[in-house]
Design a protein around this ligand. Sequence first.
Ligand code: GLY
Length: 531
Amino acid sequence: MPPSKRWSGIAFLLLAAAAAGRAQTGALLPEVNAAIAAAAVQTTGLLARIEGRTGQPRTWQNGQVTLVGPSDWTCGFFPGVLWLLYEGTGEARWRDAAARATAQVESAKNNRGTHDVGFMLNCSFGQGYRLTGAAAYREVLLTGAATLATRFNANVGAIRSWDFGTWRYPVIIDNLMNLELMLWSARAGGPSTHATIATSHADRARADHYRADASSWHVVDYEPTTGVVRGKSTHQGFSADSAWARGQAWGLYGFTLMYRETRRPEYLEQAGRIANFVAQHARLPTDKVPYWDFDAPATPTPPRDTSAAAILASALIELSGLTTGAAAQQHLTLAEQLLRSLMSPAYRAAPGENGNFLLLHGTGNLPGGSEIDVPLIYGDYYYLEALLRYRARFAEPARLLNLSSRAFVGTADQVLIAGLVVGGGASRQVLIRALGPALGAFGVAGTLNDPRLRLFRGSDLIAENDNWSGDPLIAEAARRVGAFAVTEPAGRDAMLLLTLPPGAYTAQVSGLGTGQGVALLEAYEVRETLP
Ligand code: GLY
């Protein structure tokens, strides 16, 4: 068979496989693993650069790292980078650094002056909660969601973005990203109205922000008393009617997450249309890293925006996993092209260069003359998220075996101990339960009255819980894995729902105080991961 025929035969088989189900390649996995390791080395240097200084890195300009405080919209991304490196490497030093950085941005939970509370908290406390299950992080997130809800106006049906400028009620496309916090809150014990706010906002964005070609305006200004659209414009794009690259990326990511959380088909359809707009755009360069605006004049050559590329890559990996057939393959192929470019020396900084940020050539606000052709911490965050999403999708799918062990728990050293191993090449979400009071419903006598659950990696305590308190996310995870429902009203059993990097762990159950009695220790892999 001539080579061209052989290749077209292979291409046909790949297409047939894709058409039949989920998109597949995973061809970049070795490079992705190497890029995660390289990101850890590079960020070690960034931590050294800011040693002893307060604030979160945002960019590097004129030989200096710019640090920002908890009122800056980008403050959550560096804590998020550190959490993602913990997930990527399993090393305690990243978790400790992430926890320190996260603590510095806590006051964002009370910031009523911006829609960016979602960005600020989700990437810091949200990632921390996902990876540690710490109840204190959950409280910060719920408070932040309540704060963000104060910016919702029912006449408009959307969350107000900014308080500055001459607009009356500006809503920017970026704001879709903040809806993730609202939807999470509604599932995690916050008011159900938080979900209604999120869907209402997304519905208005779909109706008002999008043009017939599936590109978006940046800013839509509403009349706050009637909800009537007053005007459509841009703040960071080339012109009112242009397609600002990062705006297209926020929209793609936003509608993808809306579909993941609600399963409403119109959100998936919207995400698919945006993906097609980007993928088929005549001015998308061959390396797929967009110019800062799709409509920027061609001469002189416009700057690229690697942050838009990274957001697109991360969103497309998720979207391809939520789609089947040829569309799934198309989204994954573009994501791989983007990642291949971003991991190359054209866009990824050499070790120790670029102020130790990961990506070169971001564009923050070109019309405002700020942050042009520089690293941007949000570009780094979504790049790392895309790498980890890719790894989670294609790494060797070794499984945690579910375990269950019942024993008498006494005082001092008489703790109940079980080992669990997260195998394979990627992190896994697990549910671990230390049950005492819950066993009463099954007629077990002499149960441990108030169990405490602690999880170790080596001698390192990585998570603990005393009372699960009826956490709705944990109840939902238990339902999904088929564990029996715990209805004991005081919530004194101990449980952890968290995402663990690959490695060997030890779970320990002890009684609080002098308590002793029978306890059951269970661990489950949550295969259908909760966001
Ligand atoms: N959300 C602000 C920006 O994308 O620049």
